[in-house]
Design a protein around this ligand. Structure first.
Ligand code: GTP
Ligand code: MG
Ligand code: ZN
Length: 289
């Protein structure tokens, strides 16, 4: 029988089968020796409450551990915690996996002044060329209908730092979810996240996974050269640099650096690229090349 994993708690998986039934099961013991770890979102074969096969994934996230996602709702608050472009670029670089669309959602707009909003919007207009950007407030309902246009019928995952308002936003969109939320001061003060498990929940004709936010977001090991591909605005300069495999950092005659000088690529976004590139390069690869 084919099914989809929608929840994992303490080694026990809950799958939704073809007949819409929820079944609790465990994976085959031999999986461990083959380094196979079924995760939420996986399509699996289930025989007698045992997961016997994991079907190929279209994409695969390590943290949160979830697979076969359509899009990521990247949630950043205007205030409490303050909006951070470095964090935004970091998340964008991390979540652009295969066949995943990030949607930038700015929450807590009710806490910002008009001037502050205009300032952020000016910069985010640049991002809007490449990604959807939505402004919202879970307090007054602003922007929620616009978000629904994207989430409807999809497998959605939320991402964003702790206290950004991820769970609050989902609750505002569907009060039946009744997800735990927390006072920002408490959440940060205790250094733990309000949301702990990863689970797919029925949402708007599709699915949603609320996830714990990260107070610190680290890169999983990947080739620094891959970072270029996660900057969609670099795409139109592909092949135009003097050197093949140009890192766009120290090489002469670099088309990307030229575009930064000509203000076709946002300076700050490029600066963050350099920071992230160096960070990834400084990491030890997990596997021998
Ligand atoms: N004023 C205002 N406060 C908000 C808004 N959204 C969330 N909050 C507050 O922000 C705090 C944190 O919200 P949560 O929804 O728990 O944040 P989270 O991103 O789910 O946090 P973790 O689960 O720890 O990752 C709560 O006190 C919410 O009431 C908003 O749009 N406006
Ligand atoms: Mg939460
Ligand atoms: Zn270059």
């Amino acid at each position: 029988m084919e099914a989809r994993i929608i929840k994992l708690t303490g080694g026990l998986y809950t799958v939704l089968d073809q007949h819409g039934r929820l079944v609790e099961c465990r994976p085959l013991g031999i999986f461990r020796h083959h380094n196979i770890k079924p995760k939420v979102g996986d399509f699996v074969e289930v025989i007698d409450q045992t997961i016997t096969k994991v079907f190929e994934r279209k994409n695969d996230f390590l943290r949160p551990a979830i697979a076969n996602v359509d899009q990521v709702l990247l949630i950043q608050s205007m205030k409490e915690p303050d909006f951070s472009f470095l964090l935004l670029d970091r998340f964008l670089a991390l979540i652009q996996a295969e066949e995943v669309d990030p949607i930038i959602i700015v929450t807590k707009t009710d806490l910002a002044t008009k001037e502050e909003l205009i300032e952020i919007k000016q910069k985010l207009d640049y991002y809007h060329t490449y990604f959807p950007v939505v402004y919202s407030s879970s307090k007054n309902g602003y922007g929620l209908e616009e978000i629904r246009n994207y989430t409807k019928g999809k497998v959605n995952v939320v991402a964003g730092q702790t206290g950004a308002g991820k769970s609050s936003l989902l609750n505002a969109m569907d009060p039946r979810l009744n997800l735990d939320t927390n006072e920002i001061s408490k959440a940060l003060g205790r250094g733990k996240h309000t949301t702990r498990t990863v689970e797919l929940i029925v949402f708007d004709g599709g699915w949603i996974a609320d996830t714990p936010g990260f107070s610190k977001l680290e890169f999983e090991a990947f080739e620094p050269s891959m970072l270029t591909e996660r900057y969609p605005e670099f795409e139109s300069y592909r092949g135009l640099c003097r050197f093949d495999g140009c890192s766009h950092i120290h090489e002469p005659n670099c088309a990307v650096k030229e575009a930064v000088l000509n203000k076709r690529i946002l300076q700050e976004r490029y600066d963050n690229y350099v920071l992230l590139y160096q960070e990834i390069k400084g990491m030890k690869p997990k596997y021998p090349r």
